[in-house]
Design a protein around this ligand. Sequence first.
Ligand code: 01S
Ligand code: CA
Ligand code: ZN
Ligand code: ZN
Length: 486
Amino acid sequence: MLTRGADRKARQGGAWRKAMSSLQMLPLLLLLHMQLSKAFPLPPQHNEEKNIKIVQNYLEKFYQLPKSRSQSTRMHSNSVIVEKLKEMQQFFGLNVTGKPNEETLEMMQKPRCGVPDSREFMLTPGNPKWPHNNLTYRIINYTPQLSQADVEAAIKKALQVWSDASPLKFTISQGKADINFAFVQRVHGDNSPFDGPNGILAHAFQPGQGIGGDVHFDAEETWTKTYKNYNLFLVAAHELGHSLGLSHSSDPGALMYPNYAFSDPSTYSLPQDDINGIQAIYGPSDSPVQPTGPSTPTACDPRLTFDAITTLRGEILFFKDKYFWRRHPQLQSVDLSFISLFWPSLPSGIQAAYEDVDRDLVFLFKGNQYWALSGYDIQQGYPKDISDYGFPSNVRAIDAAVSYRAKTYFFVNDQFWRYDNQRQSMEPGYPKSIASTFQGIESRVDAVFQQNHFFLFFSGRRYYAFDLNGRRVTRVDRSIRWLNCR
Ligand code: 01S
Ligand code: CA
Ligand code: ZN
Ligand code: ZN
Protein backbone atom coordinates (compact mmCIF):
# COMPACT_ATOMS: atom_id res chain seq x y z
CA MET A 1 0.00 0.00 0.00
CA LEU A 2 2.64 2.44 1.11
CA THR A 3 5.04 1.32 -1.60
CA ARG A 4 2.37 1.56 -4.26
CA GLY A 5 1.48 5.09 -3.21
CA ALA A 6 5.10 6.18 -3.10
CA ASP A 7 5.77 4.50 -6.41
CA ARG A 8 2.87 6.22 -8.05
CA LYS A 9 3.94 9.52 -6.53
CA ALA A 10 7.46 9.15 -7.91
CA ARG A 11 6.22 8.19 -11.37
CA GLN A 12 3.88 11.08 -11.61
CA GLY A 13 6.39 13.46 -10.06
CA GLY A 14 8.75 12.59 -12.88
CA ALA A 15 6.13 13.16 -15.50
CA TRP A 16 5.23 16.47 -13.92
CA ARG A 17 8.82 17.71 -13.83
CA LYS A 18 9.24 16.75 -17.45
CA ALA A 19 6.06 18.58 -18.32
CA MET A 20 7.17 21.61 -16.33
CA SER A 21 10.62 21.87 -17.86
CA SER A 22 9.68 21.45 -21.49
CA LEU A 23 6.26 23.05 -21.48
CA GLN A 24 6.61 26.01 -19.14
CA MET A 25 4.79 28.31 -21.45
CA LEU A 26 2.01 26.05 -22.58
CA PRO A 27 -1.47 27.02 -21.49
CA LEU A 28 -3.14 25.24 -18.67
CA LEU A 29 -5.49 23.40 -20.92
CA LEU A 30 -2.69 21.49 -22.50
CA LEU A 31 -0.90 20.83 -19.23
CA LEU A 32 -4.01 19.54 -17.62
CA HIS A 33 -4.61 17.47 -20.65
CA MET A 34 -1.20 15.88 -20.31
CA GLN A 35 -1.57 15.22 -16.63
CA LEU A 36 -4.92 13.64 -17.14
CA SER A 37 -3.46 11.47 -19.84
CA LYS A 38 -0.94 10.26 -17.29
CA ALA A 39 -3.63 9.49 -14.78
CA PHE A 40 -5.68 7.58 -17.32
CA PRO A 41 -3.24 5.76 -19.55
CA LEU A 42 -5.56 4.87 -22.41
CA PRO A 43 -8.55 7.14 -22.27
CA PRO A 44 -10.67 7.91 -25.30
CA GLN A 45 -10.50 11.51 -26.44
CA HIS A 46 -13.89 12.54 -25.09
CA ASN A 47 -12.98 11.19 -21.66
CA GLU A 48 -9.96 13.49 -21.39
CA GLU A 49 -12.04 16.46 -22.29
CA LYS A 50 -14.58 15.44 -19.73
CA ASN A 51 -11.86 15.21 -17.07
CA ILE A 52 -10.51 18.64 -17.89
CA LYS A 53 -14.00 19.98 -17.44
CA ILE A 54 -14.37 18.17 -14.12
CA VAL A 55 -11.20 19.72 -12.72
CA GLN A 56 -12.02 23.13 -14.10
CA ASN A 57 -15.58 23.18 -12.85
CA TYR A 58 -14.67 21.76 -9.48
CA LEU A 59 -11.96 24.30 -8.78
CA GLU A 60 -14.15 27.14 -10.01
CA LYS A 61 -16.97 26.07 -7.78
CA PHE A 62 -15.19 25.27 -4.56
CA TYR A 63 -11.78 26.90 -4.77
CA GLN A 64 -12.54 30.30 -6.30
CA LEU A 65 -10.70 29.56 -9.51
CA PRO A 66 -11.76 32.41 -11.80
CA LYS A 67 -14.66 31.36 -14.02
CA SER A 68 -13.94 30.91 -17.67
CA ARG A 69 -15.98 30.63 -20.81
CA SER A 70 -13.70 31.34 -23.71
CA GLN A 71 -10.51 29.53 -24.72
CA SER A 72 -8.38 32.54 -23.86
CA THR A 73 -9.62 33.01 -20.32
CA ARG A 74 -9.34 29.32 -19.67
CA MET A 75 -5.57 29.64 -19.64
CA HIS A 76 -5.14 30.27 -15.97
CA SER A 77 -1.56 30.44 -14.91
CA ASN A 78 -0.14 27.11 -14.01
CA SER A 79 0.72 27.97 -10.46
CA VAL A 80 -2.83 29.03 -9.68
CA ILE A 81 -4.18 25.65 -10.74
CA VAL A 82 -1.42 23.79 -8.91
CA GLU A 83 -2.08 25.75 -5.72
CA LYS A 84 -5.81 25.21 -5.96
CA LEU A 85 -5.31 21.52 -6.57
CA LYS A 86 -2.96 21.28 -3.59
CA GLU A 87 -5.46 23.05 -1.42
CA MET A 88 -8.14 20.61 -2.51
CA GLN A 89 -5.91 17.56 -1.97
CA GLN A 90 -4.84 18.83 1.43
CA PHE A 91 -8.44 19.30 2.36
CA PHE A 92 -9.48 15.77 1.48
CA GLY A 93 -6.36 14.17 2.92
CA LEU A 94 -5.02 13.06 -0.48
CA ASN A 95 -1.37 13.12 -1.53
CA VAL A 96 -0.61 16.80 -1.97
CA THR A 97 0.83 16.72 -5.49
CA GLY A 98 -0.84 19.68 -7.19
CA LYS A 99 -1.72 17.32 -10.02
CA PRO A 100 -5.12 16.07 -11.14
CA ASN A 101 -4.25 12.42 -10.60
CA GLU A 102 -6.56 9.46 -10.28
CA GLU A 103 -7.54 9.82 -6.61
CA THR A 104 -8.07 13.55 -7.05
CA LEU A 105 -10.41 13.07 -9.98
CA GLU A 106 -12.22 10.36 -8.09
CA MET A 107 -12.76 12.69 -5.12
CA MET A 108 -13.93 15.48 -7.40
CA GLN A 109 -16.61 13.22 -8.80
CA LYS A 110 -18.03 12.14 -5.47
CA PRO A 111 -21.54 13.48 -5.31
CA ARG A 112 -21.09 15.14 -1.91
CA CYS A 113 -18.51 17.48 -3.34
CA GLY A 114 -19.49 18.24 -6.86
CA VAL A 115 -23.15 18.14 -7.65
CA PRO A 116 -24.06 21.77 -8.15
CA ASP A 117 -27.75 21.65 -7.44
CA SER A 118 -27.97 19.22 -4.51
CA ARG A 119 -27.66 22.05 -2.04
CA GLU A 120 -28.26 20.20 1.18
CA PHE A 121 -26.95 19.00 4.50
CA MET A 122 -25.58 15.48 4.79
CA LEU A 123 -25.75 13.06 7.66
CA THR A 124 -22.60 11.14 8.58
CA PRO A 125 -22.56 7.72 6.87
CA GLY A 126 -24.21 5.16 9.15
CA ASN A 127 -26.29 7.93 10.74
CA PRO A 128 -24.51 7.97 14.10
CA LYS A 129 -26.27 9.99 16.79
CA TRP A 130 -26.07 10.52 20.52
CA PRO A 131 -28.49 8.22 22.35
CA HIS A 132 -29.48 10.98 24.80
CA ASN A 133 -30.09 14.71 24.51
CA ASN A 134 -28.17 15.83 27.60
CA LEU A 135 -24.56 16.03 26.55
CA THR A 136 -21.54 17.02 28.60
CA TYR A 137 -18.46 18.85 27.41
CA ARG A 138 -15.04 19.67 28.70
CA ILE A 139 -12.27 22.00 27.57
CA ILE A 140 -9.04 20.01 27.94
CA ASN A 141 -6.61 22.83 27.20
CA TYR A 142 -6.41 26.36 25.80
CA THR A 143 -4.68 28.43 23.15
CA PRO A 144 -2.29 31.12 24.36
CA GLN A 145 -3.71 33.46 21.71
CA LEU A 146 -6.98 34.04 23.53
CA SER A 147 -7.82 34.36 27.19
CA GLN A 148 -9.40 31.32 28.82
CA ALA A 149 -12.60 33.31 29.21
CA ASP A 150 -12.64 34.05 25.46
CA VAL A 151 -12.13 30.38 24.58
CA GLU A 152 -14.90 29.38 26.98
CA ALA A 153 -17.22 32.03 25.58
CA ALA A 154 -16.54 30.95 21.98
CA ILE A 155 -17.25 27.30 22.77
CA LYS A 156 -20.31 28.09 24.84
CA LYS A 157 -21.72 30.19 22.02
CA ALA A 158 -20.94 27.46 19.47
CA LEU A 159 -22.81 24.91 21.61
CA GLN A 160 -25.73 27.28 21.91
CA VAL A 161 -26.00 27.57 18.15
CA TRP A 162 -26.92 23.87 18.08
CA SER A 163 -28.92 23.68 21.31
CA ASP A 164 -31.14 26.54 20.11
CA ALA A 165 -32.05 24.58 16.98
CA SER A 166 -32.59 21.13 18.53
CA PRO A 167 -33.65 19.35 21.73
CA LEU A 168 -29.98 18.98 22.74
CA LYS A 169 -28.65 20.46 26.01
CA PHE A 170 -25.00 20.92 26.88
CA THR A 171 -23.52 21.01 30.37
CA ILE A 172 -19.91 21.67 31.27
CA SER A 173 -18.11 18.88 33.12
CA GLN A 174 -14.79 18.78 34.98
CA GLY A 175 -14.41 15.03 34.59
CA LYS A 176 -15.34 12.58 31.85
CA ALA A 177 -17.39 14.23 29.12
CA ASP A 178 -19.10 13.32 25.85
CA ILE A 179 -17.39 16.10 23.89
CA ASN A 180 -13.79 17.05 24.69
CA PHE A 181 -12.28 20.16 23.12
CA ALA A 182 -8.50 20.34 22.71
CA PHE A 183 -5.85 22.38 20.94
CA VAL A 184 -3.29 19.99 19.48
CA GLN A 185 -0.70 20.05 16.73
CA ARG A 186 0.82 17.87 14.05
CA VAL A 187 0.77 14.16 14.99
CA HIS A 188 -1.45 13.86 18.04
CA GLY A 189 -2.43 10.24 18.32
CA ASP A 190 -5.55 9.90 16.22
CA ASN A 191 -4.02 9.15 12.81
CA SER A 192 -5.12 12.54 11.49
CA PRO A 193 -2.15 14.83 12.00
CA PHE A 194 -2.59 18.57 11.64
CA ASP A 195 -0.64 20.47 9.02
CA GLY A 196 0.57 23.71 10.60
CA PRO A 197 -0.90 27.11 9.78
CA ASN A 198 -3.90 27.18 7.37
CA GLY A 199 -5.14 24.14 5.45
CA ILE A 200 -6.91 21.95 7.96
CA LEU A 201 -8.10 24.08 10.85
CA ALA A 202 -9.79 21.51 13.02
CA HIS A 203 -11.57 18.18 12.96
CA ALA A 204 -14.13 16.35 15.00
CA PHE A 205 -15.28 12.79 15.53
CA GLN A 206 -18.79 11.52 14.96
CA PRO A 207 -20.98 10.63 17.96
CA GLY A 208 -19.71 7.65 19.89
CA GLN A 209 -17.74 6.35 22.86
CA GLY A 210 -14.20 7.44 23.72
CA ILE A 211 -12.86 9.85 21.13
CA GLY A 212 -16.37 10.04 19.60
CA GLY A 213 -17.68 13.63 19.53
CA ASP A 214 -14.30 15.12 20.40
CA VAL A 215 -13.15 18.32 18.74
CA HIS A 216 -9.49 19.04 17.96
CA PHE A 217 -8.32 22.50 16.92
CA ASP A 218 -5.00 22.91 15.11
CA ALA A 219 -2.93 24.70 17.78
CA GLU A 220 -0.75 26.26 15.07
CA GLU A 221 -3.58 28.40 13.68
CA THR A 222 -4.11 31.98 14.72
CA TRP A 223 -7.35 31.82 16.70
CA THR A 224 -9.36 35.01 17.09
CA LYS A 225 -12.63 36.43 18.32
CA THR A 226 -12.78 38.88 15.40
CA TYR A 227 -13.10 38.74 11.62
CA LYS A 228 -9.40 37.95 11.34
CA ASN A 229 -8.59 34.36 10.41
CA TYR A 230 -9.65 32.16 12.10
CA ASN A 231 -12.61 32.89 14.30
CA LEU A 232 -12.71 30.21 17.01
CA PHE A 233 -16.45 30.39 17.55
CA LEU A 234 -17.22 29.79 13.85
CA VAL A 235 -14.83 26.85 13.54
CA ALA A 236 -16.03 25.36 16.85
CA ALA A 237 -19.64 25.62 15.66
CA HIS A 238 -18.75 23.84 12.40
CA GLU A 239 -16.87 21.09 14.23
CA LEU A 240 -19.74 20.58 16.65
CA GLY A 241 -21.93 19.82 13.65
CA HIS A 242 -19.65 16.85 12.99
CA SER A 243 -19.64 15.91 16.71
CA LEU A 244 -23.43 15.71 16.55
CA GLY A 245 -23.59 13.60 13.39
CA LEU A 246 -23.59 16.00 10.45
CA SER A 247 -21.28 15.77 7.47
CA HIS A 248 -20.38 18.56 5.10
CA SER A 249 -23.19 20.30 3.26
CA SER A 250 -23.10 21.37 -0.36
CA ASP A 251 -25.08 24.52 0.41
CA PRO A 252 -22.44 27.27 0.17
CA GLY A 253 -24.23 29.30 2.82
CA ALA A 254 -24.40 26.46 5.37
CA LEU A 255 -22.26 26.30 8.49
CA MET A 256 -21.43 22.74 7.46
CA TYR A 257 -20.12 23.82 4.07
CA PRO A 258 -16.53 22.54 3.94
CA ASN A 259 -14.79 25.89 3.56
CA TYR A 260 -14.32 28.46 6.28
CA ALA A 261 -16.18 31.71 5.62
CA PHE A 262 -16.38 34.56 8.10
CA SER A 263 -19.75 35.65 9.40
CA ASP A 264 -20.17 38.22 12.18
CA PRO A 265 -20.52 36.25 15.45
CA SER A 266 -22.49 39.01 17.17
CA THR A 267 -25.36 38.64 14.69
CA TYR A 268 -24.83 34.96 13.88
CA SER A 269 -27.88 32.89 13.07
CA LEU A 270 -27.62 29.18 12.21
CA PRO A 271 -28.47 28.78 8.51
CA GLN A 272 -31.68 26.96 7.61
CA ASP A 273 -29.83 24.11 5.91
CA ASP A 274 -28.02 23.29 9.18
CA ILE A 275 -31.27 23.59 11.16
CA ASN A 276 -32.83 21.08 8.76
CA GLY A 277 -29.80 18.83 9.23
CA ILE A 278 -29.72 18.78 13.03
CA GLN A 279 -33.50 18.37 13.23
CA ALA A 280 -33.36 15.45 10.81
CA ILE A 281 -31.24 13.68 13.45
CA TYR A 282 -32.65 14.86 16.79
CA GLY A 283 -36.06 16.28 15.93
CA PRO A 284 -37.37 19.79 16.53
CA SER A 285 -36.35 22.10 19.35
CA ASP A 286 -38.25 21.95 22.66
CA SER A 287 -38.99 25.65 22.52
CA PRO A 288 -42.53 26.60 21.50
CA VAL A 289 -41.30 28.68 18.56
CA GLN A 290 -39.20 26.69 16.10
CA PRO A 291 -36.07 28.52 15.06
CA THR A 292 -35.61 29.54 11.45
CA GLY A 293 -32.42 30.68 9.80
CA PRO A 294 -31.16 32.37 6.68
CA SER A 295 -31.42 30.43 3.44
CA THR A 296 -28.85 30.76 0.72
CA PRO A 297 -30.41 32.79 -2.07
CA THR A 298 -30.94 30.97 -5.34
CA ALA A 299 -30.20 33.03 -8.39
CA CYS A 300 -33.38 32.14 -10.27
CA ASP A 301 -35.86 32.37 -7.40
CA PRO A 302 -38.57 34.63 -8.88
CA ARG A 303 -39.09 36.25 -5.46
CA LEU A 304 -35.48 37.42 -5.31
CA THR A 305 -34.88 41.13 -4.72
CA PHE A 306 -31.55 42.92 -4.39
CA ASP A 307 -30.11 44.99 -1.54
CA ALA A 308 -27.74 47.07 -3.68
CA ILE A 309 -26.08 46.98 -7.09
CA THR A 310 -22.96 48.67 -8.44
CA THR A 311 -20.49 48.37 -11.24
CA LEU A 312 -16.85 47.72 -10.29
CA ARG A 313 -14.30 48.14 -13.05
CA GLY A 314 -16.64 46.69 -15.65
CA GLU A 315 -18.18 43.97 -13.53
CA ILE A 316 -21.62 44.34 -11.97
CA LEU A 317 -22.03 43.38 -8.31
CA PHE A 318 -25.49 42.44 -7.01
CA PHE A 319 -25.64 42.43 -3.21
CA LYS A 320 -28.03 40.24 -1.23
CA ASP A 321 -27.70 39.50 2.53
CA LYS A 322 -24.20 38.10 3.15
CA TYR A 323 -23.70 37.30 -0.54
CA PHE A 324 -23.13 39.02 -3.81
CA TRP A 325 -23.31 37.91 -7.41
CA ARG A 326 -20.66 39.09 -9.82
CA ARG A 327 -21.57 39.49 -13.44
CA HIS A 328 -18.78 39.69 -15.98
CA PRO A 329 -19.65 42.16 -18.75
CA GLN A 330 -18.49 40.20 -21.79
CA LEU A 331 -18.75 36.63 -20.60
CA GLN A 332 -22.06 37.43 -18.90
CA SER A 333 -21.24 34.65 -16.47
CA VAL A 334 -22.52 35.10 -12.92
CA ASP A 335 -20.93 33.74 -9.70
CA LEU A 336 -22.19 33.81 -6.16
CA SER A 337 -19.70 34.81 -3.48
CA PHE A 338 -19.58 35.89 0.14
CA ILE A 339 -19.14 39.55 1.02
CA SER A 340 -16.91 38.39 3.90
CA LEU A 341 -14.60 36.47 1.59
CA PHE A 342 -13.67 39.63 -0.31
CA TRP A 343 -14.07 42.19 2.46
CA PRO A 344 -13.85 40.48 5.87
CA SER A 345 -14.61 43.65 7.83
CA LEU A 346 -17.78 44.58 5.91
CA PRO A 347 -21.19 43.74 7.34
CA SER A 348 -23.83 41.78 5.44
CA GLY A 349 -26.95 43.54 4.21
CA ILE A 350 -25.34 46.34 2.19
CA GLN A 351 -28.13 48.79 1.35
CA ALA A 352 -26.72 50.97 -1.44
CA ALA A 353 -23.63 51.11 -3.62
CA TYR A 354 -22.18 53.21 -6.40
CA GLU A 355 -19.00 53.45 -8.44
CA ASP A 356 -17.16 56.76 -8.82
CA VAL A 357 -15.43 56.00 -12.10
CA ASP A 358 -13.33 59.21 -12.02
CA ARG A 359 -11.76 58.34 -8.67
CA ASP A 360 -11.87 54.59 -9.37
CA LEU A 361 -13.65 53.97 -6.09
CA VAL A 362 -16.75 52.06 -5.11
CA PHE A 363 -18.81 53.23 -2.14
CA LEU A 364 -20.96 50.87 -0.07
CA PHE A 365 -23.65 51.96 2.40
CA LYS A 366 -25.37 50.40 5.35
CA GLY A 367 -27.39 52.50 7.79
CA ASN A 368 -25.51 55.70 8.50
CA GLN A 369 -22.13 54.16 7.65
CA TYR A 370 -20.27 53.94 4.35
CA TRP A 371 -17.04 52.41 3.07
CA ALA A 372 -14.80 53.17 0.08
CA LEU A 373 -13.25 50.34 -1.93
CA SER A 374 -10.41 50.56 -4.37
CA GLY A 375 -10.87 47.41 -6.38
CA TYR A 376 -11.20 44.82 -3.68
CA ASP A 377 -9.37 46.81 -0.95
CA ILE A 378 -11.19 48.81 1.69
CA GLN A 379 -9.69 52.30 2.01
CA GLN A 380 -8.18 53.53 5.27
CA GLY A 381 -10.35 55.64 7.55
CA TYR A 382 -13.67 53.90 6.85
CA PRO A 383 -16.46 53.42 7.75
CA LYS A 384 -17.47 57.06 7.79
CA ASP A 385 -20.81 58.68 8.58
CA ILE A 386 -23.19 59.62 5.73
CA SER A 387 -23.58 63.06 7.29
CA ASP A 388 -20.25 63.74 5.46
CA TYR A 389 -22.27 63.95 2.26
CA GLY A 390 -24.48 66.62 3.76
CA PHE A 391 -27.55 64.54 4.50
CA PRO A 392 -29.81 65.95 7.21
CA SER A 393 -29.82 63.91 10.40
CA ASN A 394 -33.27 62.45 9.70
CA VAL A 395 -31.80 60.44 6.81
CA ARG A 396 -30.78 57.23 8.58
CA ALA A 397 -30.12 55.00 5.58
CA ILE A 398 -29.94 55.12 1.81
CA ASP A 399 -31.99 52.85 -0.45
CA ALA A 400 -29.90 53.12 -3.60
CA ALA A 401 -27.16 55.23 -5.18
CA VAL A 402 -25.61 55.77 -8.59
CA SER A 403 -22.98 58.12 -9.99
CA TYR A 404 -23.04 59.59 -13.49
CA ARG A 405 -21.10 62.48 -15.05
CA ALA A 406 -19.58 63.63 -11.74
CA LYS A 407 -22.90 63.69 -9.90
CA THR A 408 -24.10 61.12 -7.41
CA TYR A 409 -27.80 60.38 -7.00
CA PHE A 410 -29.00 59.09 -3.64
CA PHE A 411 -32.46 57.55 -3.40
CA VAL A 412 -34.29 57.57 -0.07
CA ASN A 413 -37.96 56.53 0.04
CA ASP A 414 -39.75 58.47 -2.73
CA GLN A 415 -37.12 61.21 -2.94
CA PHE A 416 -33.60 61.65 -4.22
CA TRP A 417 -30.62 63.90 -3.53
CA ARG A 418 -27.92 64.94 -5.97
CA TYR A 419 -24.33 65.34 -4.84
CA ASP A 420 -21.62 67.17 -6.77
CA ASN A 421 -18.55 64.92 -6.74
CA GLN A 422 -16.14 67.74 -7.65
CA ARG A 423 -17.38 70.36 -5.22
CA GLN A 424 -17.99 67.63 -2.70
CA SER A 425 -21.30 69.03 -1.62
CA MET A 426 -24.99 68.30 -1.94
CA GLU A 427 -26.62 70.39 -4.65
CA PRO A 428 -29.24 72.94 -3.64
CA GLY A 429 -32.88 72.26 -4.38
CA TYR A 430 -32.82 68.64 -3.17
CA PRO A 431 -34.38 66.30 -2.20
CA LYS A 432 -36.78 66.07 -5.13
CA SER A 433 -39.43 63.50 -5.79
CA ILE A 434 -38.15 60.51 -7.75
CA ALA A 435 -41.26 60.28 -9.92
CA SER A 436 -40.98 63.93 -11.03
CA THR A 437 -37.50 63.48 -12.52
CA PHE A 438 -37.51 59.79 -13.34
CA GLN A 439 -40.94 59.34 -14.83
CA GLY A 440 -42.06 55.75 -14.66
CA ILE A 441 -40.19 55.00 -11.41
CA GLU A 442 -43.19 55.03 -9.12
CA SER A 443 -42.18 52.97 -6.11
CA ARG A 444 -39.26 52.84 -3.73
CA VAL A 445 -35.96 51.87 -5.29
CA ASP A 446 -34.02 48.85 -3.92
CA ALA A 447 -30.95 49.34 -6.06
CA VAL A 448 -29.72 51.24 -9.10
CA PHE A 449 -26.67 51.23 -11.33
CA GLN A 450 -25.62 52.90 -14.55
CA GLN A 451 -24.77 51.31 -17.87
CA ASN A 452 -24.21 53.31 -21.07
CA HIS A 453 -26.83 56.06 -21.00
CA PHE A 454 -29.21 54.13 -18.79
CA PHE A 455 -29.99 54.02 -15.11
CA LEU A 456 -31.16 50.51 -14.25
CA PHE A 457 -33.60 50.85 -11.37
CA PHE A 458 -34.54 47.76 -9.35
CA SER A 459 -37.72 47.74 -7.33
CA GLY A 460 -39.00 44.44 -5.96
CA ARG A 461 -39.01 41.76 -8.61
CA ARG A 462 -38.73 44.18 -11.50
CA TYR A 463 -36.14 46.40 -13.05
CA TYR A 464 -36.70 49.53 -15.13
CA ALA A 465 -34.27 50.74 -17.77
CA PHE A 466 -34.42 54.55 -17.65
CA ASP A 467 -32.96 56.19 -20.75
CA LEU A 468 -31.06 59.28 -19.58
CA ASN A 469 -31.19 60.84 -23.05
CA GLY A 470 -34.86 60.23 -23.79
CA ARG A 471 -35.72 60.68 -20.07
CA ARG A 472 -38.12 57.81 -20.00
CA VAL A 473 -38.37 54.15 -19.08
CA THR A 474 -37.75 52.08 -22.19
CA ARG A 475 -37.84 48.56 -20.73
CA VAL A 476 -39.35 46.79 -17.74
CA ASP A 477 -38.50 43.17 -16.99
CA ARG A 478 -37.84 40.68 -14.18
CA SER A 479 -34.85 41.54 -11.95
CA ILE A 480 -33.46 37.99 -12.09
CA ARG A 481 -32.88 38.37 -15.82
CA TRP A 482 -29.60 39.99 -14.77
CA LEU A 483 -28.55 36.70 -13.20
CA ASN A 484 -29.15 34.95 -16.53
CA CYS A 485 -32.51 33.57 -15.43
CA ARG A 486 -35.65 33.51 -17.51
N1 01S B 1 -13.13 19.95 9.67
O1 01S B 1 -14.37 19.87 10.14
C1 01S B 1 -12.91 20.15 8.41
O2 01S B 1 -13.83 20.30 7.65
C2 01S B 1 -11.42 20.23 8.01
C3 01S B 1 -11.08 19.40 6.83
C4 01S B 1 -11.33 17.93 7.05
C5 01S B 1 -10.97 17.17 5.79
C6 01S B 1 -10.56 17.40 8.21
C7 01S B 1 -11.02 21.68 7.91
O3 01S B 1 -10.30 22.18 8.71
N2 01S B 1 -11.56 22.36 6.91
C8 01S B 1 -11.32 23.74 6.76
C9 01S B 1 -12.24 24.53 7.65
O4 01S B 1 -12.21 25.72 7.56
C10 01S B 1 -11.41 24.16 5.35
N3 01S B 1 -13.06 23.92 8.51
C11 01S B 1 -13.85 24.64 9.46
C12 01S B 1 -14.99 25.42 8.95
O5 01S B 1 -15.45 26.32 9.63
N4 01S B 1 -15.51 25.15 7.75
CA1 CA C 1 -3.73 23.78 9.87
ZN1 ZN D 1 -7.26 15.00 16.08
ZN1 ZN E 1 -15.71 19.96 8.56
